[in-house]
Design a protein around this ligand. Structure first.
Ligand code: AMP
Length: 574
C-alpha cells in the first residue's frame, strides 16, 4: 500500500469522532493491505514501531525533527523554530514548509507504507557515534520524498505526537469487519490480542487466515494482557455477586508478570514493558524456582527491614529506575506476593479455574523473595467484612475477592476479581486520571506557577480522552514544585488531539502523567466531557490529588465506563 493512501486515511480519521466511521475507514485500509504489510500498517496506526515489550524507541527528539524539516524543505532552522512557536505542532510545520519547498527534488519517489515503517525502524536502530546525524539524514530523506500531508504524519509519528484517537478496540472491530462485514469475529480477535499483546501480529495472522487467531496460545516471553479488577462498594454487594469466594489481601505495590524458562527470566510491567534489568534480585529468585517453565504474576513491595514493615507505595516506586539499580536494591529490598499463575511446564493455565490456579501457585510458592498472598474462603458477607477489616488493620489498602470458578480473564474486567478498597472520604474508590492541562497558582499560591490539574479519563469506545475534574487540592508544597517543573516541560499550545474538552486550563500538556484522585461524589456537569450526553458529562466533586501513578501510562487511566459505574454505585449507596 502506498503511504500516501494511509496518510489520507489518517487525515480522514482525525476529522471523525464516531467510532463506526473510524472502524469503516480502518476496515477500508485493511481490505486493501497485504497480510504481510498489515503488521507494519497496524503499528503505524498505533503510533508505535513494535509492541511495548520489545522496547523499541525512535530516540528522535524534536530538535532532530526540526533539523530534518529544515534540510528537506530548504528553510533555515530558525524559520522552522519560529513556525513551530506559532503553530505549536511540528507536523503542521512540516506540512506547510514542504508545501512551499525552496528546492524541488527531482529524485522524489513514491513511498510504500512498508518503506516508511522500515525507514523509521532504521532510525530507531542507528546508535553510537554519528547516529544523531544518521537519524536526521534518514528522516530528511523520507521527508524529501513526502507530499506535505505525508510529511505531517511522518513528523508527528517520529516525535511521538501521532494521536489519531483510534483505540485498540476500534482496530479489532475494523479487522472483524474486513473479513465478516460485522463485529462477529471480534471476540476471537480480542482473545488473541489479550494473549500476545501484539496487535500487529494479530492483524497479519488474521488477514492471512481469519481462523488462525483462534489458534493463539499463551507463549513464554510474550506478555499476556493483565486481568483487571472490578469494584463494588460493600461486602454485601460482593457476596451477592460472587457467592462463596476467595478473599486475598490487596497489596499496594506494582504488578509484575514474570516469565521463566530454566535460567531464562524476563519481567514485564503492567504496561507490558520489559523491566527485567531493573530487578536483578527478582531475576535471581525466579531462576531458583524449581518449576522449569512458568508465567506468574505478583505484586512487588519494598520492605523496610529496620522498621519491620513495608514501605509505602511512593517509597516502593524508588525501585523503578534505570540507574543506580544495585544501590536501590540494597536500600529497598523487594518481596513479591505471587497471586496468579498463567502457565506451568508446557500447560496454559489461563483457562483453568481460580481454585486450580491457586492450588498450583501454592505448590510453587513461597520461594526466595516470592511469597503467596494470603487467601481465605468467604462463606458470607460477614466473612468478607472481617477479612476487609483485617487487611486495613495490617495497613493494607483493602481486599480482592475472587470468583472460585473463573478463568484468568486476560485484558479484561469481568467480575472474576472484585476489589474493595479503603474509602477516601465518601468515594467508593479513587480514580486514576491523565493530566491534560494545569492551572497557575492564585491567591496564597501565586508564588507557584502551579495551582491545580485538569484530569481526564480514557474512553476505549471512542479512543478519546474526556475531562472529568479540575483538581485544585491535595498537594504538598513539594508536589506543587515538582508538578510545576514536570509540566512546564511538556506544555503544548494546542489541546491534545484526542481530547474532548469544554473547560480550558491555563496550559495544555502532552498526556503523559497519571495521578490518583479521591473525591466526595460524582455529579453531572456541563463543563466536563466524561460520558457526555445532552450537554452533561460526569464530573468529580471535591477532587483531591492523592499521588502520582508512575506505574500507569496514559491509556491506563480509569475509563469513562468505570466512572459511570461508580456514579451508579454511589447513587445506590445514597
Ligand atoms: P487497581 O490498580 O486499584 O485497579 O487494582 C488492581 C491491582 O491490584 C492489580 O493490577 C494488582 O497490581 C494489584 N493487586 C494487589 N494485590 C492483588 C491480589 N491479591 N490479586 C490481584 N491483584 C492484586
Amino acid at each position: 500500500m502506498l503511504f500516501s493512501k494511509l496518510a489520507s486515511a489518517f487525515e480522514e480519521v482525525e476529522k471523525r469522532s464516531g467510532r463506526l466511521e473510524m472502524t469503516d475507514l480502518l476496515a477500508g485500509i485493511y481490505r486493501e493491505s497485504e497480510a504481510t504489510e498489515a503488521r507494519k500498517i497496524t503499528y503505524l496506526i498505533q503510533g508505535i514501531l513494535a509492541p511495548p515489550y520489545e522496547g523499541i524507541d525512535l530516540g528522535m527528539g524534536e530538535r532532530f525533527a526540526v533539523q530534518a524539516i529544515s534540510s528537506a524543505a530548504g528553510y533555515a532552522v530558525k524559520k522552522v523554530d519560529e513556525d513551530y512557536k506559532k503553530l505549536g505542532d511540528l507536523g503542521l510545520v512540516a506540512e506547510s514548509l514542504l508545501g512551499e519547498k525552496r528546492q524541488q527534488s527531482l529524485s522524489a519517489q513514491e513511498m510504500s507504507a512498508s518503506y516508511v515503517y522500515d525507514s523509521m525502524l532504521r532510525i530507531s536502530k542507528s546508535a553510537g557515534a554519528g547516529s544523531q546525524d544518521m537519524k536526521i539524514k534518514l528522516l530528511a530523506e523520507m521527508l524529501n520524498n513526502s507530499t506535505p500531508q505525508e510529511g505531517k504524519f511522518i513528523v508527528r509519528f517520529v516525535t511521538g505526537q501521532l494521536r489519531l484517537g483510534v483505540g485498540d478496540a476500534t482496530i479489532l472491530d475494523a479487522l472483524s469487519f474486513t473479513a465478516a462485514g460485522d463485529k462477529s469475529l471480534r471476540e476471537g480477535l480480542e482473545r488473541a490480542y489479550n494473549l500476545c499483546s501484539d496487535l500487529g501480529h494479530v492483524a497479519s495472522s488474521f488477514l492471512e487466515s481469519p481462523e488462525s487467531v483462534l489458534e493463539f496460545r499463551v507463549e513464554l516471553f510474550k506478555p499476556i494482557r493483565p486481568a483487571l479488577a472490578e469494584r463494588l462498594s460493600t461486602p454485601e454487594d460482593i457476596f451477592e455477586k460472587l457467592g462463596k469466594c476467595a478473599i486475598e489481601n490487596k497489596f499496594d505495590g506494582f504488578r509484575m508478570q514474570v516469565h521463566k524458562k530454566g535460567k531464562n527470566v524476563e519481567i514485564y510491567s503492567r504496561k507490558l514493558e520489559k523491566i527485567t534489568f531493573m530487578y536483578p534480585d527478582v531475576v535471581e529468585a525466579a531462576r531458583a524456582i524449581k518449576a522449569g517453565e512458568m508465567i506468574f504474576e505478583g505484586e512487588a513491595l519494598a520492605f523496610n527491614e529496620k522498621k519491620n514493615r513495608f514501605y509505602s507505595f511512593q517509597e516502593t516506586m524508588h525501585r523503578r529506575r534505570k540507574y543506580g539499580i544495585a544501590e536501590s536494591a540494597k536500600e529497598y529490598p523487594l518481596y513479591v506476593y505471587a497471586f496468579d499463575i498463567l502457565y506451568l511446564n508446557g500447560e496454559d493455565y489461563t483457562q483453568r479455574s481460580y481454585s486450580e490456579r491457586r492450588k498450583a501457585l501454592e505448590k510453587v510458592f513461597p520461594s526466595g523473595l516470592f511469597r503467596v498472598s494470603e487467601k481465605k474462603i468467604a462463606e458470607s458477607s460477614a466473612d468478607i467484612e472481617k477479612a476487609f477489616a483485617h487487611s486495613l488493620e495490617q495497613g493494607l489498602e483493602g481486599i480482592m475477592a475472587k470468583d472460585l470458578g473463573a478463568p484468568y480473564v486476560a485484558g479484561a474486567r469481568k467480575f472474576a476479581w472484585i476489589k474493595l478498597k479503603k474509602s477516601y472520604g465518601k468515594s467508593v474508590d479513587t480514580i486514576d486520571v491523565v493530566v491534560v492541562g494545569y492551572y497557575l497558582g492564585r491567591g496564597q499560591r501565586a508564588e507557584f506557577e502551579f495551582g491545580g490539574l485538569l484530569g481526564a479519563v480514557y474512553n476505549p469506545e471512542s479512543g478519546k480522552l474526556e475531562t472529568v475534574a479540575k483538581i485544585g487540592s491535595g498537594y504538598s508544597e513539594e508536589e506543587m514544585r515538582n508538578f510545576e517543573e514536570m509540566l512546564s516541560e511538556i506544555k503544548t499550545p494546542e489541546p491534545p488531539a484526542d481530547l474532548e474538552w469544554k473547560i480550558k486550563p491555563d496550559f495544555w500538556v502532552k498526556p503523559k502523567y497519571v495521578v490518583e484522585v479521591a473525591f466526595d461524589d460524582i455529579t453531572l456537569s456541563p463543563t466536563h466531557t466524561c460520558g457526555m450526553k445532552r450537554d452533561k458529562g460526569y464530573a468529580l466533586r471535591f477532587p483531591r490529588m492523592m499521588r502520582m501513578r508512575a506505574d500507569k501510562d496514559e491509556k491506563e487511566s480509569t475509563t469513562t465506563q468505570e466512572v459511570i459505574e461508580m456514579y451508579q454505585l454511589m447513587k445506590e449507596k445514597k
